[in-house]
Ligand binder design. Sequence first.
Ligand code: ADP
Ligand code: MG
Length: 789
Amino acid sequence: MSEVNKVLAIKGMRCASCASVIEKKVGKVEGVKSCSVNYGTEKAQIVYDPNLVSIDKMNFEISKLGYSMSDLSGADKVLDNTGHHSLVLVDSSPITDPSLTSSTPRHSMSTSSSGKDEKLIELKNLRSKLIVVLPVSMILFVYVTYDILRMVLAFIPITPIGMDTLNKFLFLISSFVMFWAGKPFIDGVIRFIKYRVSNMDTLIGIGTLTSYVYSSFVTLFPSVMTKYSLPTDTYFDVSIVIIGFVLLGKYLEARSKIKTGEDIEKLIGLQAKTALVLRSGEEVEIPIDQVVIKDIVIIKPGQKIPVDGKITEGYSTVDESMISGESMPVEKKAGDIVIGATINKQGTFMFEATKVGSDTMLSQIIQMVERAQGSKAPIQNLADRISSVFVPTVLILSILSFLAWVGIGSLYLPFSKALSLGLVSFVGVLVIACPCALGLATPTAIIVGTGKGAQKGIFIKDAKALETLHKVDTMIFDKTGTLTKGTPVVTDVITLKNDITEECILTQAGSAEKGSEHPLGDAIIKKVSEKNLTLDKPEEFEAIEGKGVRTRISNEEIIVGNLRLMEESNVDTSTSQAHIERLSGEGKTPIFVAKNFTLIGIIAIADTIKDEARDAVKALHKMGLKVAMITGDNKRTANAIASQLGIDIVLSEVLPGDKANEVQRLQEKGAIVAMVGDGVNDAPALAQSDVGIAMGTGTDVAIESADVTLLAGNLNRLIESVKLSKSTMAVIKENLVFAFAYNVLGIPIAAGILYPFFGMMLNPIFAGVAMAMSSVSVVSNSLRLKAAS
Ligand code: ADP
Ligand code: MG
C-alpha cells in the first residue's frame, strides 16, 4: 500500500480551534491516516491512501464547515515501506481550485506567492469593512469610556447625550454592522447549531448576537420589559465595538502574518525567470519552468544561472554566496557543477541541465524551509490541546457565569440588576476567552525563526529540531573537516632505513593511496605531484576503514596507515617511538609506511584548524555547553589539537562505525547531544544525536541527512544557529505565558469576580479590545525575532 504525505493549503481558518476542528473532521475520513493542521502557516500535512480517498472528498467534508483545501505543489512525496522518499507526479487526485489546474505549471515555485495573493485579498476585504466599522467603534469606545469615567470621577461633566438615549439610534447602525461586517460571526453561530463545530467566530457570534438581539427586543418591545420588570438597558455599543475591534485585531494579525513569511519569498525571489537554451541549434529564451533535463543552457556575463547543471564548455567564476554563503566567487570550468540562482561573473559558458523544476537545489531548500515552517514544535502540543477544548469550555463557563448571577446574584441584588449583570458577564466571558493568542504563540515564532535561519544559510529541518537545539548541553564535533579545514598537508617525511630516500617513501605511499578517497591519501598524492614523482601502478588495493590502506606493488606488500593497522599487521614500530611522540605532540598525524611488514618511514600530516574554531568553542562554553571532539585520529594528536582549542572531552581512535555508539554513551549519561559533522560519513552519528548538524562545504550539501544544515563550513554559523534556537524558544515561552495569563486573568474578571468586592464589572467592549490586542501583541513579539541578531 502506498501512502501519500501531502502538504495542502487550507483556506477559511479563523482561529486556532479551526485547526483542531479540521484535524478531527479530516482524520475521521476513511483512508486518512493522519492530519496535522497548522493555523500559523494555514497548511495541513495529511498522510492518506490515494486509493481510498481523494483530496476532493476531504475538501467536500470540510467545505460544509466553511473551509477548503487546495493542492500546493505538483509533486507528492510517496513513502514506501523502506521509508525512502521518491518523487512521483500527481495523477489521480483532482485539484479543486480551478486556478491551480490550468495556469500554474507543475514545477513552478510560485505556490507561496499565490498564497500571498490570497492573503492580500483577504486583507483588502478586511480593510474595506474596517474603514466603515472602525470609526464608529472608535467613537463609541471613547464615548463609553468617558461615560464610565464620569461615574467614577466626579469632576468630568456629564455626557451630552446619555447612553440610554444614544442606544436607540444605535439600533440601526448596530443592525448594519451585525449583519454586514459581523456576518462571519453569525456564520460561526449557524455552523455551531448545524454541525456542532465551534471556533472563535462562534464565541464572538454568540456574544454579539446576544447583546444585539436582547437590545433590539428592549428597543422594539419596551412594554414587555416593563410589564415583567426586566432590565431595559441596551447593549448595541457592545456588539458594534466588539465587532470593530475583533476585525481590527484580525486585520493586524493578517498583516503581520504576511510579514512572517517574507524570508521565504526572498528565497523564491532568487529564482531566475527565464533561461537561454539551445533548441535545434538555435538560442531561444524560454520561461524557466520549460527547461528540461539535458537542455543546453547558455550563460552570458552577469547572468543568473536558471537551473542546476554541469558545465560542458567555457570558463568563468560564479558568485555562489546566495546558496553557500561563501563570499568568494568560485571558479568554474567544463565538468563542474553549477547551481540555479547563483550569478555568473565575467565568463561565458554552456551547461547541461541536470536538475530542473522542483528538483533544483533552490527548490529543495525552499521546500525544506516551507516544511519546517509548517511543522509543529513539541511545545505547541499543550497549547493545541488546550485550544481544542477551549471553545466548548468557555461556552459552558459563560453560561455558568450567567446562571450564577441570576441565581446567586439575585439573592443580594434586585432581580433585574442581577439579570443585566448576568448578561454582561455572559458576553464578556465569551469574548475575552477566545484562544487566538494561544494558537498564534508558537507557529508565528517558528515561522520567523526558521525563515531568519534560511536567510543566514542555516537550514532547520523542523520545529522540533529548533526546539531541541536550545536544550543541548553537549556539542560533539567531528575533527576532520569540521574543526579543521579538511585539507590536510604533508609536513614531514621521515625515513627509518638508510637505503631508502624520502622520495621513495612518498612514492610507495602515494602509489598505495591512489585508490583511496581519504583526505589523508589525497594529501600524500598532492605532495607526490608537487615533487614531480611518478607513481607505480598497484596490483591490489584494499582500503581499511578508519585505519589505512593495503596494496601490492611489484609483488611487494605495502601497508600505509595508523598505529593500530601496523599492530594488526604485526609491523614493529617500537624503534620510532620518539618520532611518534614528537609529531603527535605537535598535533600532526603520523602515517606509517611499511614494506613487506617492515616499517620504512613515517609521513606526518597536519590539517589546519579553522580560524574561527577557537572562538566558536569559547562561545559555546559561554553559553554553558560542554564541547567534545570525536575522531579516528590517534589519541596524542587529538589531544594536542583539542588543547589548542580548549575542548573538554576528547574521543579519539574511534572507528567510523563506532561514532554513533559514542554519542549514545554520552546520551546514556544524561547528556543532550548535538553532533556536528560533514554530513556524509558521519550520518549514523548525526542520526543518533538529539540534533544532527551537517556542515556543508561549498555546494555538496547533504540537506536531507541532518536536522540542521549549515551551508558553507563556517563555525560562526553554528553559534548563530544555537542563538537562533535560544531566542526563538524564549519568544515562544513569552508568547505562551502571555496568552495563558491573559485568558486566566481575563475570564474571572469578565465573569464579574471583582463585583462583589469593588462593585466593578468589566464592560464587554473592553473584552473585545483586549482580545484583539492579545493576538496582535503575540504576533508582534514573534516579529521581534527578525531584528534580533
Ligand atoms: P577522522 O575521524 O578524523 O575522519 P578516519 O576515521 O577517517 O578519521 O581515519 C582515522 C585514522 O585512520 C586516520 O587518522 C589515519 O591515521 C588512518 N587512516 C584512515 N584512512 C587512511 C588512509 N587512506 N591513509 C592513511 N591513513 C589512514
Ligand atoms: Mg572523517
